[in-house]
Design a binder for this molecule. Structure first.
Ligand code: IMP
Length: 436
């Protein structure tokens, strides 16, 4: 296939865990650089490579290709001790991380952020039962300090002792942490973080801009998903970064005019971890349990059982619009192989007024009053995991995918029917430049 120079964003177009890592790992073969732009240790990306399973949190999924540069952009927040565990586990398996570059603008998660995350969750639960169900990694508080202009960036760790200590002391006082941490404890931690980050830290903006000028091909790897985006997700049940496509630009310093295409990853059904609304939820039903078991729906970062439900076309259309998706990678289609019937939500109806909704409302109170309107598809009752082309899929299976394309108003470029790289049916390669 003829490849053209393309800069591609890959985002999760549902509630995260759509299978982005497999898609990115596969597409990384065609890119020169894989770039992360937001999130941090909350992300959980599972990559299968040469028979081994790798679980990435901070690290870009392309890291196992030793000749590719992997970049962590300024929009990512870092938990250095946790990052070290990830790096150590990769080294233990005999792989190098010499091509990893971490932005010196990234903000750092300190233990007080993790403590604050847990404390906020406890308070939310006891006050009104509305805890978010965070991953407990300190993500929200780290971004709060970043926006509140009292964060510590990677570059700050490399300042002189007096400068760094002054900054840490200001934070201790401003955040009223003096009873919990001494300046010396934080300073010692900061030095440990510096040692972990030193081999990788640099100005990634310069690196990326030079790469663009040199005609290198960039692949931007999103974390979490559209419905977890702090501006567009089901707020407040969201993460604290922009998980939508725009975040790839603000989180790396690569301007929108440089992006050629955006690929959204969606499961052929729907999952969510943590609290918050989920109109098509099937958890605690026989069908839901079956999807969960067949799809092995347990979180990579926390091991939590994921909530599962039918494909929701309202949410999918929302993802297409807010990310400006050019194409979709539809994953885990094989999980539906044994279902006699498969429902798809095409819109919602208000339980009291009977009003029809084909868009996601902003108000969660309104959303909780909406029931899905389903259309029922006949299943295909056949194993799709060995299919090599889209045309080889059973007719009902092809019809299901084609119907989703109509409902989403976006073409499905890739279909995944299993965890291995070979189990991907490519209808249009995302790195081919011409738009369909
Ligand atoms: P936080 O990002 O830890 O603050 O968690 C906020 C919400 O985002 C919770 O509902 C988490 O379960 C969810 N979340 C965070 N990261 C991921 C992810 O990588 N996949 C799926 N859900 C996530």
């Amino acid at each position: 296939m003829m490849m053209m120079m393309t800069h591609l964003i890959v985002v999760g177009a549902q509630w995260g865990d759509e299978g982005k890592a497999k898609v990115v790992d596969q597409l990384a073969e065609f890119a020169d650089m894989v770039v992360r732009s937001q999130g941090g240790s909350n992300a959980g990306h599972t990559v299968k490579f040469k028979g081994e399973t790798f679980k990435f949190h901070h690290l870009p999924s392309g890291l196992l290709y030793e000749e590719k540069a992997c970049v962590i952009g300024p929009g990512v927040v870092l938990a250095p001790h946790f990052l070290k565990e990830e790096l150590d586990s990769i080294h233990a398996k005999g792989y190098s991380t010499k091509n990893l570059k971490i932005s010196d603008r990234c903000h750092i998660t300190f233990p007080y952020h993790v403590a604050q995350d847990k404390q906020q969750e406890t308070l939310r639960s006891s006050h009104n039962g509305s805890k978010i169900g965070t991953t407990g990694k300190g993500i929200g508080p780290t971004y709060m300090d970043k926006v509140g202009r009292m964060g510590i960036r990677v570059a700050d760790l490399f300042e002189s002792e007096i400068t760094l200590k002054t900054q840490l002391q200001t934070i201790l006082t401003q955040k009223e942490l003096t009873e919990l941490f001494t300046l010396e404890t934080l300073y010692t931690l900061a030095l440990e973080y510096k040692a972990i980050l030193a081999p990788y830290a640099c100005d990634t903006l310069a690196l990326l801009q030079d790469a663009l000028k040199a005609g290198k091909q960039l692949l931007f790897e999103g974390a979490q998903g559209t419905l977890l985006d702090v501006d567009f997700g089901t707020y407040p049940f969201v993460t604290s970064s922009n998980a939508t496509a725009g975040g790839a630009c603000t989180g790396t310093g690569v301007g929108p005019s440089k992006i050629d295409a955006t690929l959204g990853v969606m499961k052929a059904y729907l999952t969510r971890v943590g609290e918050g609304p989920f109109p098509t939820e099937l958890s605690d039903t026989v069908v839901g349990e079956r999807i969960c078991e067949i799809g092995v729906e347990y979180g990579t970062t926390t091991g939590r059982k994921r909530r599962v439900g039918w494909f929701d076309a309202v949410i999918a259309r929302f993802g297409v619009e807010v990310n400006g998706l050019d194409g979709i990678a539809l994953t885990k289609l094989d999980v539906l192989d044994s279902f006699e019937t498969i429902d798809v939500c095409t819109g919602y109806v208000h339980v009291e007024t009977g009003a029809h909704y084909d868009r996601l409302p902003t108000s969660l109170a309104t959303l909780s009053q909406l029931k899905p309107v389903y259309e029922t598809h006949q299943g295909w009752l056949a194993d799709t995991t060995a299919c090599q082309t889209f045309e080889a899929l059973p007719p009902n299976c092809q019809a299901y995918v084609k119907r989703l394309e109509v409902l989403m108003d976006c073409p499905v470029w890739m279909v995944s029917v299993g965890p291995d790289r070979e189990q991907t049916l490519m209808r249009r390669h995302p790195f081919a430049l011409e738009k369909v």
